[in-house]
Design a protein around this ligand. Structure first.
Ligand code: ZN
Length: 412
């Protein structure tokens, strides 16, 4: 699939720091240790309701990881998928009496536009589920052959399911107990009560064709893939196993990332699928959960159309920590707009206090599990000092502007 345009990232002086991140599997903050090429997979959108602020917050968090690895001198191999066929997309198309392929295409195009406007560095491989169907079917055949998958006992629709005990490690990514897993599975697109499965936690790999649903021919029989195996296959093909970061919103901790890891580990025989499982918190609106069922989604494109600058959106979302669930408010946006104006005023001055120490502290905060609230404080402090004309370094305003551009992706 076509990705979106990149913006140049300035090289900034000083000593980069190793990036430390919270890993859901180990429950701890640890230093990432990529090789020359850092490898990251971030789960992409199912293309409907794009791009709400929850999406934006997630992709912005991983954009910071991308930027910090670049700063540390790594190349970054970044893969993102688009779940361009799945139940939620088909249900939305049905509800709106729209062709599902048109809906997917329009929403994916809108997402790309929003990402570009937000200056999110693009993935190198932007891969759709539909274009990956032949490889996914092949992987499911392999899982069937090895005994990690089985056909459900249903003469009409003998769908293929994954035996969740196949790797002997199921549960290591989320660390949830079985009761929690069953609850979340039912809430988030799973089917624990489907008759004919060997165990309620076994997950769908291949859904045989149904009347009125899209399907593709394959040696497994005409059908379409489950969601989790899509990401396993796309990630394994582009990144291999043991890549540095598997990412997404915290609602992907279970079931999605648990099963993607289990499927991939059963396929490859390697462990772990990813070294870090990194999750961004959810964005609410005025203290309420933002969700399609509540009808209170706030869209990046709507805010842009109202004249809100993407740079202010970045600063508003960075004012909270990426892992915390937090609320979007008008006040948050106004504070970010005021901050952006203050920073711009400060870097437009002919001189300011020296930048080296500020840049070092900015790196310290960001490489400490993306501590953006404290990173913004660092630039606030420099801007306040500059605006009270307490500095004489004529290089400093440009150096700060470039550091804010490179590390925070904010164009001053
Ligand atoms: Zn995924």
């Amino acid at each position: 699939m076509q990705t979106w345009a990149s913006t140049a990232v300035p090289r900034i002086p000083g000593q980069p720091r190793p990036l430390r991140l919270y890993d859901s599997a180990s429950g701890s903050v640890r230093p990432t240790a990529p090789g020359r090429v850092a490898r990251m997979y971030v789960c992409g959108i199912t293309p409907y309701d794009a791009t709400h602020l929850g999406h934006a917050a997630t992709y912005l968090a991983f954009d910071l990881i991308h930027r910090l690895w670049l700063d540390a001198g790594h190349e970054v191999e970044y893969v993102q998928n688009v779940t361009d066929v799945d139940d939620p997309l088909l249900e939305r198309a049905e509800r709106d009496q729209q062709d599902w392929t048109v809906l997917a295409m329009c929403e994916t195009a809108l997402f790309r536009e929003d990402m570009e406007a937000l200056r999110v560095l693009p993935p190198h491989h932007y891969v759709g589920a539909v274009e990956s169907i032949p490889s996914i079917a092949e992987a499911v055949e392999k899982l069937l052959a090895s005994g990690a998958a089985y056909r459900i006992d249903d003469p009409q629709y003998p769908d293929v399911y994954f035996d969740h005990t196949a790797t002997g490690r199921f549960g290591y990514e989320s660390n949830y107990d079985e009761k929690t897993m069953l609850t979340l599975s039912a809430e988030r697109g799973g089917d624990p009560d489907r008759p004919g499965k060997r165990h309620p936690l076994d997950a769908l790999l291949w859904r045989m064709a149904r009347e009125g649903e899209p399907s593709w021919p394959s040696p497994l029989g005409e059908g379409r893939p489950g969601w989790h195996v899509e990401c396993s296959v796309i990630a394994l093909e582009r990144l291999g196993t043991g890549f540095d970061v598997q990412g997404g919103g915290s609602d992907l901790i279970f079931p999605h990332h648990e099963y993607s890891a289990a499927h991939a580990e059963a396929l490859s025989g390697d462990y772990p699928f990813a070294r870090f499982y990194v999750h961004a918190g959810m964005i609410g609106l005025d203290g309420e959960k933002m969700s399609k069922s509540k009808g209170n989604l706030v869209f990046v494109s709507k805010l842009r159309a109202q004249g809100v600058e993407p740079a202010a959106l970045r600063l508003a979302l960075f004012a909270g920590h990426y892992r915390s669930d937090r609320s979007w408010t008008q006040q948050l946006l106004e504070q970010a707009q005021a901050r952006l104006a203050r920073w711009r005023e400060a870097v437009a001055l002919p001189a300011g206090p020296p930048a080296e120490d500020t840049i070092a502290r900015l790196r310290d905060r960001l490489t400490d599990d993306l501590d953006t609230p404290r990173a913004l404080d660092v630039i606030d402090a420099w801007a306040s000092a500059a605006l009270t004309r307490s500095g004489t370094d004529t290089e400093a305003p440009r150096a700060i502007r470039e550091a804010v551009d490179a590390l925070l992706g904010v164009d001053l």
